[in-house]
Design a protein around this ligand. Structure first.
Ligand SMILES: NC(=O)c1ccc[n+]([C@@H]2O[C@H](COP(=O)([O-])OP(=O)(O)OC[C@H]3O[C@@H](n4cnc5c(N)ncnc54)[C@H](OP(=O)(O)O)[C@@H]3O)[C@@H](O)[C@H]2O)c1
Length: 280
């Protein structure tokens, strides 16, 4: 199975599909899911300090690499800086603590998790992220949940552009305006909660398209991301679903199917609105 990668403006690449790990306890279940994903062919894992599972994600990476006969460089690992660690002084220690929990000596992508409501604090925080990048401690730096205004404030005041923006995105919340801004800026879009925690899999149009293709609703939604050039990180701890979600590189959606999925947009979120979220 040939997987797809997407290139950042800095020339580095990211696998277009990865495993999400939100709401997975720091337990054997987490370790086994990550390990199963790697053995099944995933090359990209997404975690965050605030998920409180970096240790078991790291264990799963270690065991998955050993069992699959792979090297660390074969994987793309993302973690995120939580809001309690924002500010020039705390970023480096927070990054090193994440690495220690993960058992890694670098991650491929470090993200500012939310923009919060203090843009001066975000600028200070980003400058510390830039320092990590300039010192070669992290391969790529990016943001998550940034709206256009958050990005404009950041780009005006800093020198390195984020490579990616990880945002809530699915056919009920297509983020068309934000995505065209990202495209114009050469910043890659990445979707979180791509399956809406399972909710969108019950949609009649999604089910109809799945029937037309002989695929599952989850595969249709994941393929929508791939065809729209959005990096996608569906979460599952179920071995059969982990495999199912990766099995999307042997078909494409037609123009008509893509249009029917895009027509489902109703700007409906399942997560917080970044314009208001302060971490509380
Ligand atoms: N940056 C941010 O602020 C942010 C916010 C939220 C999430 N994220 C990231 O995005 C990832 C994905 O989002 P998410 O975890 O919120 O939700 P999601 O991927 O939309 O949905 C996960 C849910 O769907 C189920 N599922 C997975 N594959 C399925 C399939 N093939 N058929 C039926 N059900 C399936 C899972 O069940 P089982 O696990 O029981 O199989 C789980 O309950 C997260 O894990 C995290 O890494 C980032």
């Amino acid at each position: 199975m040939t997987q797809k990668t997407i290139e950042f403006y800095n020339g580095n690449t990211i696998p277009a599909l990865g495993l999400g790990t939100f709401r997975v306890d720091n337990s054997d279940e987490c370790k086994e899911a990550v390990k199963h994903a790697i053995i099944s062919g995933y090359r990209h894992i997404d975690t965050a300090k605030v998920y409180e599972n970096e240790e078991m994600v790291g264990q799963g990476i270690k065991e998955g690499l050993a069992e699959a006969g792979l090297n660390r460089e074969d994987l793309f690992i993302t973690t995120k800086l939580w809001m309690s660690d924002y500010g020039r002084e705390s970023v480096q220690a927070a990054y090193e603590a994440s690495l220690q929990r993960l058992g890694l000596d670098y991650v491929d992508l470090y993200l500012i998790h939310w923009p919060g409501i203090d843009s001066a604090l975000i600028v200070e925080t980003w400058k510390a992220m830039e320092a990590l990048y300039n010192e070669g401690k992290v391969k790529n730096i990016g943001v998550s949940n940034f709206n256009v205004n958050h990005l404009e404030d950041l780009l005006k005041a800093t020198s390195i552009k984020p490579v990616i923006n990880q945002i809530e995105c699915h056919p009920y919340m297509t983020q068309t305006e934000l995505r065209s801004y990202l495209k114009a800026q050469n910043i890659v879009a990445q979707s979180w909660s791509p399956l809406m925690n399972g909710q969108i899999l019950e949609d009649e149009v999604v089910k109809e398209i799945a029937n037309e293709l002989g695929k599952t609703p989850a595969q249709v939604i994941i393929r929508w991301n791939v065809d729209e050039e959005i990096v996608v990180i569906p979460k599952s701890v179920t071995p059969s679903r982990i495999e199912e979600n990766l099995n999307v590189f042997d078909f494409e959606l037609s123009e008509n199917q893509l249009a029917r999925l895009n027509d489902l947009n109703k700007d409906e979120r399942i997560g917080p609105d970044p314009a208001e979220f302060s971490g509380q």
